[in-house]
Design a protein around this ligand. Sequence first.
Ligand code: HEM
Length: 452
Amino acid sequence: MDITALKQKVLKAHDSQVQLAQNLAKIGYNSPRGKLLRLKSYYLEGFTILKAWRDFLYIRKENIGDTFFAVDHAIMHADHAQVKKLMQTEPQVRSNDLGIIRIIDPSYMLNHPLSLGTNGKEHKGIRAIFSQALPDPFDHAEALGQYVNRFLSESTKQDQLHIGDDLPRFMVKILHHLVFDLSLSEAEVTASRGYIKGLPLASLPKFITKTLLASKTGPITKHRKQLTQRYQTSPKWAVYEDIGKQYGLNADQIANGLFDMIHIAGTAGTSALMGSVIGVLCLKDTLRADVLQEINTLWSDTEILTGDCLRQATLLNTVILETARLYPPVRFVSQLATEAGEVEVGAQKCPFQKGTRLLGSIFTANRDANRYDNPDSFSVDRDFSDLLSWNGDGHERTCPGKSLSIELIKVFCMYLFTQYQWKQFTDVKWDFEKVTAVTPNDLVLQGFTAKT
Ligand code: HEM
């Protein structure tokens, strides 16, 4: 669709959302009709976002302002100050949403809410298990290095490293190894990839996922069931179960929480960011040379990789943070309004109801010109103290995998750029249209070998 037609469509749909605010105030937000109307706008706008997510956001931001309605009549916040404030709200009330995606068919997720959708004691319990399960990367630098090196060395056999295919496979494997001490077969890794790719299917009603799409969803749910049962054979399981018991969590809740942590948060997010960092370093010759110099000063490949090497790799650290600012793997955060109120949207005041979804758009907030100078250009000289990409810092919903994901990407780059080489690489392109991971998915390092 050309941009003028898209603009008309996106703005016209917003007019309907403004009208919907008045209607919901009359008919009730959660009345059967209210629910139906919200679901209708969710699917209508969802299809546009699936194909043109960045244009959708910027058309509304530029023509309406930093606060507007979107999808299921959620209130979207698009600037840095508002998104930061939203992230810091405590306690946060969540529903079963994955960013912008509403999990309409919980049976697809085996009736377990995502950890993101848990509240109160359940959320505290699953967070306590996450923090037990995720190792401190600084204490495990050597082991992480060995694992990364083994993976890269195996990739030389296929003569290439494919960013969109190989990095998620790597993340699924290493996280199962770290969290459960389990090795996954290649077939299990492929099935796990299928689960991640199929996540948006959970936004369809049960009668569609269970009937029309049964051939797609059946194998995915079967894989989830099998893997969560395997987790309970892990040598680390007893510790997780003990913590869970203290918070009233049963074995299913624990296994499914860890399954989601590994697959959705850990694998999808980290492989996307790792791919973007590799893409940035492939494109920027001077920056890559400076990063290489830093690594070579800190670490020679004959020495053991230590936590101190990772701590001192400050340039590589800022490259990762700046890449996460420009290409945040998680683009939206979601919570619910605890009170009804009134919101200023464009020039109008609109009523909203208790339970309305409040969305924060990390992508637009990270490129807010009021917070970052020349927000669309890459610079390692920024103040990253309130970077939003990992859901901020120091509050109940901050990403628990922040440190592990950053240090793992560091270790990966340290090995990749000093001990491996490639003859050429294909185009480095980020897709800002289709709502897939923001990473150069098609980038391939061809003629991939170990340096001699
Ligand atoms: C080892 C890798 C990672 C693991 C294990 C991990 C784990 C998690 C978990 C379990 C949550 C849910 C927290 C909760 O419900 O309180 C979460 C949230 C989040 N993570 Fe991560 N994560 C990882 C990597 C990343 C990366 C690379 C990014 C982006 C740069 C990221 C961004 C976020 C954000 C924005 C949230 C908040 C989502 C929301 O509240 O809706 N994570 N992460």
